[in-house]
Design a protein around this ligand. Structure first.
Ligand SMILES: *Cc1c(COP(=O)(O)O)cnc(C)c1O
Length: 403
């Protein structure tokens, strides 16, 4: 199927459907699909296209380079980018009609500079730190920054089109900071409007707030993880509870299947020892591919779950750089080349990225975004039945390079 014995199959129909579901959760707001970090590992360009087809009208990226890549790919939707350091290519961003966030006085100066050099008016979203304690201007410095921004607006250098912020505890909707941040945000919006800003979009909600907190949807919601069908609030509900379908299935072919005797130590440090004569299967994915070493099995306990031939097994022993091992059991029928599913939609009881996150002591975000560049992304579309051609290398190759 490809020259790499594993792949992340990304169903673009799931992304489309997830955006439709998110739009239905936030009927009064526009949807910005956050496609930073290669669309959370799903492939920037195909994922962005599917999100727009699903009804997103904005795309969001952390890095300017990611935003420029969207323009280079021909997308003309609104794009917001928000994380950069002094010396960033803001002239290029403004020239490419990309909305830029401003979170500090130096950033305002550099955006203004970039706009003058680009010879066009920049669209600016002022980022307010309403309590996350990360990026953004603190409320005590907001008025000065807005004053400066509105002076530049009067000169035609830029337009302040947005006020925005981000939650610290969106995944705990009843946490007291959620309400406190929403109040600070409302104050920031009121201040900007009282100073004469004509705001086009006020935005605060990530996936969790989009799904659980309609009071903060404002004009625009910014879901990321939910676009890819993973729950931002696993303690409150899985994807299906919110009308979401995980878009990525990570699968591999068994590279080696062999029988061994009892008492055989397996993989580095022999963290797993076969309890009796059995069959071992080698899965050709390891931590270089983003398989967390923390998902290893330990003495007496299997690691993260995988599905083989309808059976659920767990990682036996250590995850290595390129591979890990499964104990397929005595008399196993599997042969080299048989398919192993690491995670997917969870339908039919299969493991999910959330299961891997639990096994590795992390969150599903990290499982999908850390998938290595060595793993091909193969884009499929379950709404358009695949032909034999689609399954062969051409689609795989296009999928792998089109990210
Ligand atoms: C990543 C990010 C989002 C999306 O967050 P999810 O939890 O994935 O929905 C939204 N806004 C900002 C500022 C972000 O950095």
């Amino acid at each position: 199927m490809s020259n790499f014995p594993a792949r992340a199959v990304v169903d673009l129909a799931a992304i489309r459907g997830n955006v439709r579901a998110l739009a239905a959760h936030a009927p009064t707001a526009q949807v910005m699909a956050v496609v930073k970090a290669d669309a959370y590992g799903h492939g920037l360009v195909p994922a962005a296209r599917a999100a727009l087809e699903g009804g997103a009208t904005w795309l969001g990226t952390a890095q300017i380079g990611e935003a420029l890549a969207l323009r280079a790919a021909g997308f003309d939707a609104r794009v917001l980018t928000w994380l950069y350091a002094p010396g960033a290519p803001l002239e290029q961003a403004v020239a490419a009609d990309i909305d830029v966030s401003v979170a500090a006085p130096w950033a305002l100066e550099e955006v203004a500079d970039g706009a003058r050099r680009a010879g066009r008016t920049a669209r600016v979203h002022v980022k307010v730190d309403t309590g996350l304690g990360r990026n953004g201007v603190t409320p005590d410095r907001l008025e000065a920054l807005l004053d400066a921004a509105l002076r530049l607006q009067a000169e035609g250098v830029l337009d302040v089109v947005g006020i925005w912020s981000h939650f610290a505890f969106a995944d705990e909707p009843s946490h007291p900071t959620v309400l406190a941040q929403a109040e600070v945000f409302a104050g920031a919006v009121a201040l900007a409007e009282s100073l004469g800003a004509r705001l086009e979009v006020r935005h605060l909600a990530n996936s969790a707030a989009t799904l659980t907190n309609p009071a903060v949807h404002y004009d625009l919601v910014r879901p990321g993880i939910a676009v890819y069908g993973l729950s931002p609030v696993p303690q409150l509900g899985g994807p299906a509870d919110f009308g979401l379908v995980p878009a990525m299935t990570l699968e591999a072919e068994l590279a080696t299947v062999k029988t061994v005797g009892g008492g055989q130590g397996v993989s580095y440090a022999h963290a797993y020892v076969t309890p009796g004569a059995t069959t071992l299967g080698v899965v050709p994915l390891g931590y270089a591919d983003g398989i967390p070493r923390h998902a290893s099995g330990s003495a007496g306990q299997l690691g993260a779950p995988v599905q083989v031939g309808g059976r659920r097994l767990g990682v036996a022993g250590r995850v290595c750089m390129d591979q890990f091992v499964l104990d397929l059991g005595p008399g196993a029928r599997e042969v080299a080349g048989d398919r192993v599913e690491l995670f997917g939609t969870g339908a039919d009881g299969g493991p999910t990225a959330e299961d891997w996150a639990e096994a590795a002591g992390t969150i599903s975000y990290e499982i999908v975004t850390r998938l290595g560049s060595r793993v091909p992304r193969v884009h499929v579309d379950s709404e358009t039945p695949a032909t034999d051609d689609d399954v062969a290398t051409p689609t795989a190759a296009i999928g792998a390079v089109g990210r």
